[in-house]
Design a protein around this ligand. Structure first.
Ligand code: HEC
Length: 374
C-alpha cells in the first residue's frame, strides 16, 4: 500500500469547517490545509499561516534595482564617457531618476512574478495531489474540506479519527502521487533538440528570405531620408546654403577656448601638454623657427633680427617673465604684444603650448637652482 499524502474531511458549511480547525490542530497530526469554494475570512488566522515573505523580497530587489540603475548611470555618464549634455554636470542624479524608477519596477515585478511561481508556489510542479481527489468537484461547488497533509509522515488512521471527531461528514484518504523528476535526460534532450531544429528552420527561412528579397535593406528609411550634405546648396535657408554656422561660442572638441579670451582668462589656463621629450622637441622647433629671430636662441631678447628691428624684443629670461603663468605666455603667443605680432596663424594649439614648455626650459637652464642640477 502506498503512503498517504493527505486525509480530507468534508464539511457542509464554512462555520463547521472553522470550528473543526482548532480541534484537529490540537492533535498535531500534520500540516493543516483547507480547500473551499470561496475565500473565507479569518482562515489565515485560524490556520496560523505565516505572512508571505514575498513583500520583503520585492522590497529588497526593488532597492537593489534602484541602486543598480543609479550606479550604472553614474558609471556611464560620470566615469566611462562623460559628455556634457544640455549643460548639465556629468553627475546629475536628477536626470537618472526615470531610469532608476523603471529598473526598480522591473526588478520588483520580476521578483514578484518569478518568486511567486518558482520559489513560493514551487513550480514547475504542475498540479497538486489534492486536485485528483474525488471530492474535488464538490469542493469547488458547495463543500468545505479540511486536509491533514503529510509533514513529512502522516498517520492516516489517526487523522481520520480526528476529522471524524471534529464533525467531518465524509472522509477521503489521498495516496502520495508518483512524482517524476522534472529535469529528466529525456526532457533535456527534447528541449535542446527543439531549440536546434527551431534555429535551423529559422536560419534557412532567413537565408532564403534575404536571397529572394535582396532589395529590401533593413531600416532603409533612416538611411535614405532627405538631408543636406556639406557644401550643398539649399532652397530652404535664406542664404541659399545647406551648411549652418555653428552657434556663437561653440568650442571644437579637444581645443581649449583660449585664443579669443582675455589675458586674465588665458592666465588661468594650465598647460595641457605633458613635459615629455617629444613635446620639448616640438617646442624647440617652433621656438627656433618663430621666436628666435627676435628673442634669441636662449630667449634673452638678442635675436639676429633685433639690431635691425625698431622695437626691443622682451628678455624672456627676466624675472618678470619667469613669474608669468603658463597661460599668460600662451596668450602673448596667440595675440602678440605691441610690436610683436600674434602667432595664432603660424602655430597650432599644441605647438603654442609646446613653446611655453620650451621657454620654461630655457629660463630654467639660465637660472638653474641647486635641485635642478642634481
Ligand atoms: C618680430 C619679432 C618677434 C617675434 C618673431 C616674437 N616676438 Fe615676442 N616680443 C617681441 C617684442 C618686440 C616684444 C616686446 C613687446 C612690448 O612689450 O612692447 C615681445 C614680447 C614678448 C613677450 C613678453 C610679453 C609681455 O607680456 O610683456 C613674450 C612672452 C614673448 N614676446 C614671447 C614670444 C614667443 C614665445 C615668440 C615665438 C612664438 C615670440 N615672442 C616671437 C618681438 C617678437
Amino acid at each position: 500500500m502506498s503512503k498517504a499524502f493527505a486525509v480530507l474531511g468534508l464539511f457542509d458549511s464554512a462555520d463547521a469547517l472553522m470550528k473543526a480547525i482548532p480541534k484537529v490542530k490540537a492533535r498535531k497530526l500534520g500540516r493543516l490545509e483547507t480547500y473551499t469554494p470561496y475565500p473565507i475570512h479569518g482562515m489565515d488566522d485560524a490556520l496560523e499561516l505565516r505572512r508571505s515573505p514575498l513583500g520583503g523580497m520585492v522590497l529588497v530587489m526593488g532597492v537593489i534595482g534602484a541602486l543598480t540603475a543609479l550606479g550604472f548611470q553614474y558609471w556611464i555618464s560620470a566615469i566611462d564617457y562623460p559628455i556634457v549634455t544640455g549643460g548639465k554636470a556629468p553627475w546629475s542624479w536628477e536626470a537618472f531618476i526615470p531610469i532608476m524608477f523603471e529598473v526598480t519596477v522591473l526588478f520588483a515585478t520580476f521578483t514578484a512574478g518569478l518568486g511567486m511561481l518558482l520559489l513560493l508556489n514551487k513550480l514547475p510542479f504542475f498540479g497538486h495531489p489534492v486536485l485528483s481527489a474525488k471530492a474535488m468537484r464538490a469542493i469547488t461547488r458547495d463543500r468545505f474540506a479540511l486536509a491533514v497533509e503529510a509533514d513529512p509522515e502522516l498517520d492516516a488512521e489517526a487523522a481520520k479519527a480526528a476529522l471524524k471527531d471534529a464533525g467531518a461528514q465524509d472522509i477521503e484518504v489521498l495516496d502520495t502521487p508518483e512524482q517524476t523528476p522534472f529535469l529528466t535526460s529525456d526532457f533535456i534532450l527534447r528541449t535542446l533538440g527543439g531549440i536546434f531544429v527551431a534555429c535551423l528552420v529559422s536560419g534557412f527561412v532567413m537565408f532564403w528570405a534575404i536571397k529572394l528579397f535582396p532589395v529590401l535593406p533593413p531600416m532603409s528609411h533612416m538611411q535614405d531620408q532627405p538631408r543636406l550634405s556639406a557644401q550643398q546648396a539649399s532652397t530652404f535657408f535664406k542664404d541659399g546654403r545647406g551648411m549652418r554656422m555653428p552657434v556663437t561660442g561653440t568650442v571644437a572638441r579637444g581645443y581649449l577656448p583660449s585664443a579669443t579670451g582675455t589675458q586674465e582668462e588665458a592666465t588661468a589656463l594650465p598647460n595641457p601638454l605633458p613635459r615629455t621629450p617629444e613635446v620639448f622637441a616640438q617646442g624647440k622647433a617652433a621656438f627656433t623657427n618663430r621666436c628666435a629671430v627676435c628673442h634669441g636662441a636662449i630667449g634673452n631678447g638678442m635675436g639676429s633680427l633685433t639690431a635691425a628691428y625698431g622695437a626691443k624684443p622682451a628678455n624672456l629670461q627676466a624675472q618678470q617673465f619667469r613669474d608669468y603663468a603658463d597661460g599668460k605666455l600662451y596668450w602673448v603667443i596667440v595675440n602678440g604684444k605691441n610690436a610683436m605680432p600674434g602667432h595664432a596663424a603660424d602655430l597650432d594649439e599644441n605647438q603654442r603650448w609646446a613653446v611655453v614648455h620650451y621657454v620654461r626650459a630655457l629660463q630654467r637652464a639660465q637660472n638653474a637652482k641647486d635641485e635642478d642640477l642634481r
